[in-house]
Each structure stands twice: as structure tokens, then as C-alpha cells.
Design a protein around this ligand. Structure first.
Ligand code: FES
Length: 408
């Protein structure tokens, strides 16, 4: 390793290379800063270091200059070069040092952030009887606000099953706020030192294998004093079959009775993870084992096949006189709305069969049981989610951090 002689250096630039800044172009920023230093022949005067997260991710990319202790927001390589030549526009200056300490530049868009003092005070107040714990539920999030409301309400109604000393919050992967990052921040702000992140996700695929772990990894870089655990997805769980049977019963199909000419068409979101799609087929089969219908068929709303249309056709070809479309969906959303329309359309097109649509999971006490169980596993250290975090770390080492493209 090189050991530089630092004698005579006049400035030291700390260039954030934490994962959020890297996603926002910190590599290009680093190279531009170094290139400009070379161009200006300042190599003997300005030293640069790449750093991990500096805890101001929202101001990405972050560069800190010493000895003046100025914090910069560097959105592009032009501003990066201006740091070297010291003519950064005022709106890109985040903090400057004054006799009273660092002060936020009012010309910049720098957000306020969490007060360390307040967090410490809250922790002291709460921490008397041990560490302050939080359970952070992560819903998928929907473009249909009603779906997000259902998630929030679900958590609200489940709260009483969790120790009242534990903080319970809800956040979303996409389409709704707060997102995971803000959800974690909220818990920290409220004094949490131990955050148990519990996904409200049916099948174990990209979101639960990569995206949530990526957020947890980054948050632990950001809040080194906080311990994180990760819960496992709902997966193939006995309680799920009880919910499915309850929804069939409501749709007029008694799960205890024999149904000769009836097909249940179980419909999932569909994704690109072969194991998750395979799990779904296993669930279909296990459901068939618990019913006395002739067929349980599987279909997907998108990404992969068979499509719902193909599923309906298949049921008819097999000889079904009655088809019950059974959504494998937790809450309402655009896809549930679409499914309702599909059901009406298929019924109009095929008058010699009866086609009905059962309800999605929604608020069901059995779903509550699963999620509380997942939270307890995480808190007692028996969640397989911790293995997911391990797997993610190995993945990130090889491929770099997982980028989750938020849709807005
Ligand atoms: S990654 Fe740069 S401030 Fe967090």
C-alpha cells in the first residue's frame, strides 16, 4: 500500500463513497475531483480520501473539505471540479463551520436531519429498562391508496399483540410513504436502538431477498449504534391455507364439501424468481390436498405464465362447470381491480360456466398470527431472514449494492 508523505498538504477532501452516494454517481465525482487536482497541479496540496456513508445520504453526493470543514452537495462532475478550484455555487454548500459549530447553509436545499441530542435524550428516557426496540413492518405499497390504507390499518389492528413497550411502525417498498429508509429513520428518531424489520410479503423473491436487505445494510452503515434484524417472508405457512379456505367459503364454496365439476384458479402476482413461482405451485398443490374440488389450477397476473386467461381456458378444457378465481393477494390494489374486470368479462364470454371471484386476504386474524410470529422470530434470533441478510452481503460483494428503482 502507498504511504503518502502528507507534509505540506493544505486541504483534505473526504469524498463519500457510501452506497447511496455511489448510486448517485460518487465514482464519477471522485474521478473528477482527482482529475481536476491533477490538472491544477495541486497533487502536493490537496489530499483526497474515499469514505463510507457520512450520514447525510439525502444530500448525495457528499464531499467534505478540511481544514475549513465545509460540507458540499455534489450532484455532478462540474460541481466536483469546482470544489478543487473553490468556486462552488452557494446552493451546493451544505454546512459551514462557525464559532458555534457547523451551521446549515440557508441557501442550500440541505434538509434538517435527525438531532443526535434528541435521539440520545429519548434513548435515555426510554432506555432505563433496557434497549428500546422497534418493529418496522414493510408493506409492498400500491398505486391504489386504499391498498396502502389497508396495510396501515392491518398493522394498527395487530399492534395490541406486540409488547406495548415496543415501538411499531409501518413503511413501504414502493408507491407509498414512508419508504423503508424514512421508516428506519423514524424509528431511530423515536429512540429505537434495535429495529426488527418484518416484511409483509407473500413469496420470497427479489423484494425480500435483495431490496429490503439492501436498505437494512445501508441503514446499518448510517446508524452504527442501531442493531437490525430481519424477519422472514410469509412463504408457505399453514395459516395461509386457512385464509384461502375462508375466502372460498365466503364465495359460496364450502371447503368441507365435495365439488365435482369445480375448479379453483389460484392467482398470484407473478414474478421473475423461479423459486418463488415454484413455491406458488406448491401452495396450489397443498391447497388442493385440503379441499375436495376436482382441480386447483395456478395462474399469474403478469411477468410470467400461465396468464389468468390461459388458466380459465385450461379449467374449461378440463371440464369445469364452475370456476372460482382465488386471489393470492394480501391487500387490494390495481391488480385486484383488474381481476374484478377480468372475472366479469370471462363470465360474459363463457356463458356455459359459472365464473366467480373470491376476496383477497385482507384483514384476517390468521394473517395477523403469521406476522406476529415473524416478528417474534426476528426478536428471538430465530428468523431465517438473518440468513437472507448474509446472502445479500455475499451478493453485494460480487455485484455491488442492489439498486431498487423506486417508482413514483
Ligand atoms: S452514502 Fe454518502 S452520505 Fe450516506
Amino acid at each position: 500500500m502507498t504511504t503518502w508523505d502528507l507534509q505540506g498538504m493544505q486541504r483534505h477532501l473526504l469524498i463519500c463513497n457510501g452506497s447511496t452516494c455511489m448510486e448517485a454517481g460518487a465514482e464519477e465525482v471522485t474521478l473528477a475531483v482527482r482529475d481536476e487536482i491533477a490538472k491544477q497541479q495541486l497533487d502536493a496540496k490537496i489530499h483526497t480520501s474515499r469514505t463510507r456513508c457520512n450520514g447525510r445520504c439525502k444530500d448525495k453526493c457528499v464531499v467534505i473539505s478540511y481544514p475549513d470543514a465545509t460540507w458540499y452537495n455534489v450532484p455532478d462532475t462540474t460541481i466536483a471540479r469546482k470544489i478543487v478550484t473553490e468556486d462552488v455555487p452557494p446552493e451546493n454548500v451544505l454546512f459551514t463551520l462557525s464559532p458555534s459549530g457547523l451551521s446549515r447553509n440557508t441557501d442550500s436545499k440541505a434538509i434538517k436531519g435527525i438531532s443526535k441530542e434528541k435521539v440520545a435524550k429519548r434513548q435515555r428516557a426510554l432506555g432505563e429498562n433496557g434497549v428500546k426496540k422497534a418493529v418496522l413492518f414493510v408493506g409492498h405499497g400500491s398505486r391504489l391508496e386504499q391498498g396502502n390504507e389497508e396495510v396501515r390499518e392491518f398493522v394498527e389492528r395487530s399492534k395490541h399483540l406486540i409488547d406495548p413497550a415496543i415501538l411499531v411502525e409501518t413503511c413501504f417498498l414502493e408507491f407509498a410513504s414512508p419508504n423503508i429508509e424514512d421508516g428506519i429513520e423514524l424509528c431511530v428518531e423515536k429512540g429505537a436502538e434495535e429495529i426488527h424489520v418484518i416484511p409483509i410479503i407473500l413469496l420470497h423473491a427479489g423484494h425480500s431477498k435483495l431490496h429490503i436487505p439492501a436498505e437494512i445494510e445501508h441503514a446499518s452503515e448510517h446508524f452504527p449504534h442501531v442493531t437490525f434484524t430481519y424477519g422472514q417472508t410469509i412463504g408457505i405457512h399453514d395459516e395461509i391455507f386457512e385464509i384461502l379456505k375462508a375466502r372460498l367459503q365466503e364465495a359460496g364454496l364450502d371447503p368441507a364439501q365435495k365439488h365435482e365439476d369445480t375448479a379453483v384458479l389460484l392467482i398470484a402476482r407473478g414474478g421473475s424468481d423461479p423459486a418463488a413461482n415454484g413455491d406458488f405451485y406448491k401452495i396450489s398443490r397443498l391447497l388442493w390436498e385440503q379441499l375436495d374440488v376436482k382441480w386447483v389450477e395456478s395462474a399469474f397476473m403478469g411477468v410470467t405464465t400461465p396468464s389468468v386467461e390461459e388458466g380459465i381456458e385450461r379449467c374449461m378444457k378440463l371440464g369445469a362447470k364452475r370456476i372460482v378465481m382465488l386471489p393470492y393477494f394480501l391487500f387490494t390494489g390495481i391488480l385486484m381491480e383488474r381481476m374484478k374486470k377480468m372475472c366479469v368479462e370471462y363470465q360474459q364470454l363463457n356463458t356455459d360456466v359459472s365464473i366467480e371471484l373470491a376476496d383477497y386476504f385482507g384483514y384476517h386474524p390468521r394473517l395477523q398470527n403469521v406476522l406476529i410470529e415473524r416478528a417474534k422470530q426476528a426478536m428471538s434470533g430465530t428468523s431465517t431472514g438473518m440468513q437472507d441478510l448474509e446472502n445479500y452481503r455475499a451478493y453485494a460483494k460480487e455485484h455491488g449494492p442492489a439498486h431498487h428503482h423506486h417508482h413514483h
